[in-house]
Ligand binder design. Structure first.
Ligand SMILES: [Zn+2]
Length: 256
């Protein structure tokens, strides 16, 4: 079993440290800032085995160079010129070996938030950067609505017990929007209350469970009639596909 440690960075980013079983080695996911990572490694006496990158935004890669100055580790990430530090460019695969202490992991190409975005699946843990969020999804910052829709359809197929480690604490705001789209979803109202209490207690709401995302995240529920109706009411247009419903929801959230 892997253990995952959350490192807080900036206002609401999570940098994830994935620790191997019976080992001090960790994989560092999306180190946007090096300082809090150095501190966490020191505090828990952990040693980096590799860095994993999901996409090129500065709040996900800004700390890579400073970490490499201290630790000579491989950097895995999407193949793009925008992340020059990547030593091992990745494509969709089912069995990637990063380090002998870690299980094989799966790489999923998930364009949409950005064109090159990838996600990592280790055991039942999904590291999905800014593609799927607890209660929401990433903005379109370079990719298309169709790409992000298809990427989320791919993630939706993962088992319900999959743990979703996204890169930001956006859950409360996401669920506020979800409640406007689906005011009658009781599971959503319960989750919202739970999340509110967790935030008041200063706890992270990430990871979430895929089962909860499937039940309450409107961006994974575009096939439902009442969500289509809500999106049509918002846009004043007839929406003829799940993809069109998704694009409308994304636009609605951007203006929410
Ligand atoms: Zn991003």
């Amino acid at each position: 079993m892997l253990t995952v440690h959350a490192v807080n960075a900036f206002k609401d980013n999570y940098i994830w440290l994935i620790q191997a079983e019976n080992s001090r080695k960790v994989l560092i996911v999306d180190p946007g800032h090096a300082e809090p990572v150095f501190e966490a490694l020191k505090q828990m006496t952990l040693t980096p085995a590799a860095i994993l990158i999901t996409h090129h935004h500065a709040d996900h890669i800004g700390g890579v160079e400073a970490l490499l100055d201290h630790y000579q580790v491989p950097v895995f990430g999407p193949a793009t010129k925008q992340i020059p530090a990547v030593t091992h460019p990745l494509k969709q695969t089912h069995a990637l070996q990063v380090d002998p202490d870690f299980p094989l992991f799966q790489v999923m190409e998930t364009p949409g938030h950005t064109p090159e975005h990838i996600c990592y699946l280790l055991e039942n843990k999904l590291f999905c950067g800014d593609t799927l969020f607890a209660g929401g999804c990433g903005k379109l910052l370079g990719g298309s609505a169709e790409q992000l829709f298809l990427s989320l359809q791919q993630l939706k197929q993962l088992p319900a017990e999959t743990e979703v480690y996204c890169a930001h604490e956006y859950t409360e705001a996401n669920l506020r929007f979800a409640s406007v789209v689906e005011p009658d979803n009781r599971t959503l109202q319960e989750r919202r209350q739970q999340v509110r209490e967790m935030r008041e207690a200063g706890q992270p709401t990430v990871p979430s469970l895929m089962a909860d995302e499937l039940a309450t995240n409107p961006f994974l529920r575009t096939h439902l009639h009442h969500i289509k109706t809500a999106a049509e009411m918002y846009s004043g247009m007839t929406l003829n596909s799940d993809k069109a419903v998704f694009a409308t929801l994304r636009n609605w959230k951007d203006n929410f």
